[in-house]
Design a protein around this ligand. Sequence first.
Ligand code: SER
Length: 317
Amino acid sequence: MKNILVTGCLGQIGTELVKKLRKGYGADHVVGSDVKTTGVEKLGDGPFEILDVRESQTIAGLVEKYNIDTIMHLAGLLSAVGEMKPQLAWQINAGGLFNVLEVAREKRTAIFFPSSIAAFGPGTPLDHTPQDTIQRPATMYGITKVTGELLCDYYHLKYGLDTRGVRFPGLISYETEPGGGTTDYAVDIYYKAITDGHYDSFIAAGTYMDMMYMPDAINAVVQLMEADGAKLKHRNAFNISAMSFEPEEIAASIRKFMPNFTMGYKVDPVRQAIAESWPNSLDVHAAKEEWGFNPQYDLDKMTEDMLKHLKEKLLKK
Ligand code: SER
């Protein structure tokens, strides 16, 4: 990787990934792009371009302009928004990836594509979900993720493109909030713990989902992209996760640091149904064996770090 284009760079993952990549590869070699500009100041020095991934000519133009050899394609709608706007989710998530793959095919760039636990659904074994198993998701978001996994495999097999990707679990971070996902409760809870001392969870007690702290997620992306391609048997859609918990367990973790924290429930039936169709816990051995995936944060270590940073961020204002 010499010159990297990151799409959707002002989203939850993008803001932190761009900063990490700029430290490793040089600010001028990492081009951030997004359809909006809100929050662009978070990225610091380095090129930024407006990009709507539905416009393939613009993608091609940026790849040409900056001599891009790797596209990290993060632009997309999350699960709950995708259920509100399924047609738009298809256009942006599936159509955007198709455009990126076509540009990559013509310009011979490598690709990183984030799939998700949402690529699983009814019929999938929910505990220790295997790397290779039934994938019949019931959300448009999940359908676009399975489509993306298959397209990335296809462009590798058919055109020899270096496509790589992971299935992200819920990602927890303090820098940029996620927008419209099902796992967002596990981010919201930390914000509300600091501001209100109380949180009403939209996910019901006892609902387990895979999660990971953002520093581990960012390291995983870089590690996979820098791995020896010859050792990758799967290439795309590696299951990754650092922990699996349900709302009572994250609340208990917060109480270790804030004993007066309280939690109630206002369950959202749409997001609850999505959560119930996703795995409880993924089997991540393929990622460990093929490229050394090795997350560092468990629930309590993450809670301590989240609360520390959010206190600084929210109480300073
Ligand atoms: N975090 C995502 C969501 O909840 C899952 O990939 O939509």
